[in-house]
Ligand binder design. Structure first.
Ligand code: UT7
Length: 332
């Protein structure tokens, strides 16, 4: 191939842990109810990884399924980018651990930290390698074990999150009309708002000490209402910008796959874009918010449910801690 210029998604995969934690289960742990969680978020249940399952285990299974779906072997993978805020450990990267688990010995591996926008960020980073011709076949993964970061005594946050992983295989091609190609991507960040959504403890600013752990500083802290407002504004604007960059309009959209944080956020974005409900993919009732995993898991489900037809325009749009946001337009 002389001049690769397009990155094309050639396979999708996902893995959700078996254990289901329902809203009723949670109401036995904290002062909450199925009624509150359902009406305020749309979430009914979430998956929780087993004690002996790390993020890399979820990621590796999603990666194997994506490779099988794409019909590629681990030896063909020459880049692994893993988006996660729940890495197995500070270092080495979860991507390197996945490399060992799946046997992708030729790959260059690293992680991306962009919270819930991580998968779309990772897709764009991998795409740059492929479009430049320096790598040929990449695994892009979004994987989280958020149950390890949640304060199970805080009803404001513990009802929202879950564990899971999704992955895609992307390949460089010189066929300008290749199916699954990324048409456009926009990304943004606002570090002035870091304090609205964060895990304050456990890093170099606030290392692990018994006192910090007593105060639960090593768990997710979120200003929910503020985060909600920014999520709606930024995701709507990013979606419009990505469409414009692709030379398309909202009328061209076949399916929006938004970050799955709250059904009310997704409905608000669909309203702003003027899109009917059936063009918006939602699976958060089953899984809650799995951060970087929501979009690749949803993409894989949409793919297997036959909701992506050849030629369809698919819009991915994400928002997360940082704040960070990103949107990508795909031609399926
Ligand atoms: O993934 C990254 C992006 N994340 C997001 O985009 C999440 C954005 N935020 C949200 O989705 C929503 O803000 C939440 C679901 C987190 C909260 O919903 P809300 O409608 O904004 O509720 P609130 O935080 O304003 O709380 C309303 C009330 C409070 O009680 P008071 O102060 O009005 O008496 C809370 O204490 O609901 C109470 N509350 C709960 N009650 C029962 C908060 N959590 C719960 C709970 N069960 N789990």
């Amino acid at each position: 191939m002389s001049q690769p210029c397009v990155s094309s998604i050639i396979g999708t995969g996902s893995y959700m842990p078996e254990k289901v934690l329902t809203n009723d289960d949670l109401s036995k742990i904290v002062d909450t109810s199925d009624e509150w969680i359902t009406t305020r978020t749309g979430i009914k249940e979430r998956r929780i990884a087993a004690d002996d399952q790390a993020t890399s285990d979820l990621a590796s299974e999603a990666a194997r399924r994506a490779m099988a779906n794409a019909g590629v072997t681990a030896e063909e993978i020459d880049l692994i980018v893993c988006a996660t805020v729940t890495p197995d450990m500070f270092f080495p990267s979860t991507a390197c651990i996945v490399q060992r688990k799946i046997g992708a010995g030729r790959a260059v591996c690293f992680d991306i930290s962009a919270a819930c926008s991580g998968f779309v960020y990772a897709l764009q980073v991998a795409r740059h390698f492929l479009n430049a011709g320096t790598r040929q076949t990449a695994l892009v993964i979004g994987a989280e074990k958020l149950s390890s970061l949640v304060n199970w005594q805080d009803r404001n946050t513990c009802v929202l999150f879950g564990d899971g992983a999704g992955a895609v295989v992307i390949r460089a091609t010189d066929a300008a009309d290749a199916p699954g190609r990324v048409l456009s991507t926009v990304m943004g960040s606002d570090g002035n708002l870091v304090d609205l959504l964060k895990v304050p403890g456990g890093g170099s600013a606030c290392p692990v000490t018994p006192q910090n752990i007593d105060q639960r500083l090593n768990t997710v802290h979120m200003e929910g209402r503020e985060t909600f407002k920014h999520a709606v504004t930024r995701m709507s604007a990013a979606a419009e910008e990505a469409l414009k960059l692709a030379g398309l309009t909202k009328d061209d959209i076949s399916l929006v796959i938004p970050h799955q944080a709250n059904a009310r956020i997704i409905t608000a974005i669909a309203d702003r874009l003027g899109l009917p409900e059936e063009k918006t993919f939602m699976n958060l009732h089953k899984y809650g918010n799995t951060s970087a995993a929501t979009i690749p898991v949803a993409l894989d489900e949409a793919h297997h449910e036959g909701r992506l037809k050849p030629g369809d325009v698919v819009l991915l749009v994400a928002f997360g801690g940082g704040f960070t946001w990103a949107a990508s337009v795909l031609r399926w």
